[in-house]
Design a protein around this ligand. Structure first.
Ligand code: HEM
Length: 453
């Protein structure tokens, strides 16, 4: 057994490291990709107090996320910053607390609950597309963020939110903007970014607590996720309910985790479709055949396999959650390598998805890769946009349904062209993988006759 995977030599502290930080900050994806090319599918970076294991091999990912999941926690170095905003919700909790919350929240994502959200998803998209100006430029990335915020807001808070939804949106935008920036100052030092974040957290807390209190006091009711959380009872455990603070933390978590990711999946898919006219034409034909001129429903989705394949291929190339992190809680192993307790692990979903062993010509957009017979041949965890094992995304079905319904409505009503044919858009690694500088596109409205053709 080797002690440690190969990797770059330790660097002296101080200014010697600066060029590496600069290179990493300028192009994190390229930097990590070069290291995988140099050292293989697992490498060790002697950074921080504990060192970093960097992975992309499906077998290694499976060990950390699934077979050996109990040896790892979410208590890695970046979680303190996330907790500042979302508190202790599903994304950051560990151990028995996490198990209890997951058990209580899961029913809000069952099939019957999803069915009740479908109409809202379609309705909000139809409202959005009706407002778009024909033959004019819009920022599709910003529009998709607004849309998914509205959808998550309405399915979580329904009409209770009222005017608060604008405040919630603006608080969420502040989180996204600030959490995507490095914060290298000492903990005690105030900064404009920290003050902005604090104000946004304060505003959001007030809104969310007011909503919870109204529901808990029976002043309002809704058929939504907030109601499920307020009503959720831990049947398998102590029969207790979630506390006010716990409901708060879960709402904020679900709100945050539930909109940025899906909005990026949508923006990247629209970008890729605009660059691949044949795939788009096939999708338009599928939607016209299955849905025609009426509003799409959850039941239509099964009859649209190409729509599903297009979305999956888009999330292969641009996985919104491009990497996930863990900390080893005990001495353990990954493959033939020893992993001491306290080590941090980064699992690069982005680079797993671009492994030519499973995805030949990995840079090419090819939805055919996701035909069921080919998917069956993929190793476990070669494709994992929603993570894997017990901590896999609770909202995976929610977002797969949402993204497909939104795309179906958009394809029915308009065609989105790139501003310049063949234009390329670079990605930016913030909280999620976003189109750098937004995604300007031109709206071409489709007439009823074009839709029927
Ligand atoms: C395209 C859309 C989405 C992507 C790519 C995505 C991706 C992921 C990934 C990779 C994880 C695992 C994180 C880890 O292992 O550390 C995760 C967890 C999670 N996601 Fe998503 N997600 C999406 C949509 C959603 C939605 C719509 C919701 C809620 C409405 C949601 C809520 C969560 C929560 C609460 C967790 C933590 C689950 C747990 O640890 O028990 N996600 N997501």
């Amino acid at each position: 057994m080797h002690d440690r995977p190969p990797g770059p030599p330790p660097r002296k502290a101080g200014l010697h490291s600066l060029p590496y930080y600069v290179r990493f900050a300028m192009d994190p994806l390229g930097f990590v990709g070069e290291r995988f090319a140099q050292y293989g599918n697992i490498y060790y970076a002697p950074s921080g107090a504990t060192g970093l294991f960097v992975l992309r091999d499906p077998e290694h990912l499976r060990q950390v996320l699934a077979t050996d999941a109990a040896s790892y926690s979410k208590a890695h170095s970046s979680s303190a910053r996330i907790e500042q905003v979302i508190g202790h919700g599903l994304l950051t909790l560990d151990g028995d607390d996490w198990k209890r919350h997951r058990r209580m929240i899961q029913p809000a994502f069952n099939r019957a609950a999803l069915r009740s959200y479908a109409e809202t998803m379609v309705h909000e998209t139809e409202r959005l597309v009706a407002r778009w100006p024909t033959d004019q430029r819009i920022d599709v990335a910003a529009e998709m963020t607004e849309l998914t915020l509205q959808i998550v807001g309405r399915t979580l808070f329904s009409h209770d939110a009222g005017s608060a939804s604008t405040d919630i949106s603006s608080a969420m935008r502040t989180f996204n903007a600030t959490m995507g920036q490095p914060d290298l100052l000492p903990k005690w030092m105030p900064s404009p970014m920290r003050s902005r974040l604090k104000r946004a957290v304060g505003r959001l807390d007030k809104i969310v607590y007011d909503l919870i209190d109204a529901r808990a006091a029976g002043r309002s009711r809704g058929d939504d996720l907030l109601q499920s959380l307020v009503d959720a009872v831990d049947g398998e455990g102590d029969g207790g309910k979630l506390t006010r603070r716990e409901v708060h933390d879960e709402l904020v978590t679900l709100f945050l985790a539930g909109h940025e990711t899906t909005s990026n999946a949508l923006a990247w898919t629209l970008y890729l479709l605009a660059r691949n006219p044949e795939a788009l034409a096939k999708l338009e034909a599928e939607v016209a055949r299955v849905v025609g001129d009426r509003s799409p429903t959850m039941d239509d989705l099964e009859a649209m396999p190409w729509l599903d394949q297009v979305l999956r291929e888009s999330m292969r190339l641009y996985p919104p959650a491009f990497a996930v992190a863990r900390r080893a809680e005990v001495d353990t192993t990954i493959g033939e390598f020893a992993v001491p307790a306290g080590s941090e692990i980064i699992l690069w979903i982005y680079w797993a998805h671009r492994d030519p062993r499973w995805f030949p010509e990995p840079e090419v957009f090819r939805p055919e890769r996701f035909e069921p017979a080919l998917v069956a041949k993929l190793p476990k965890m070669a494709y994992l946009p929603f993570g894997g094992g017990p901590r896999a995304c609770i909202g995976a079905q929610f977002s797969l349904m949402e993204a497909r319904l939104v795309l179906a409505v958009l394809v029915q009503h308009c065609r989105l062209d790139l501003v310049r044919p063949g234009q390329t858009v670079r990605s930016r690694t913030g909280v999620t993988l976003t189109p750098r500088g937004g995604l300007p596109m031109i709206v071409r409205t489709r007439t009823r006759a074009q839709r029927a053709a």
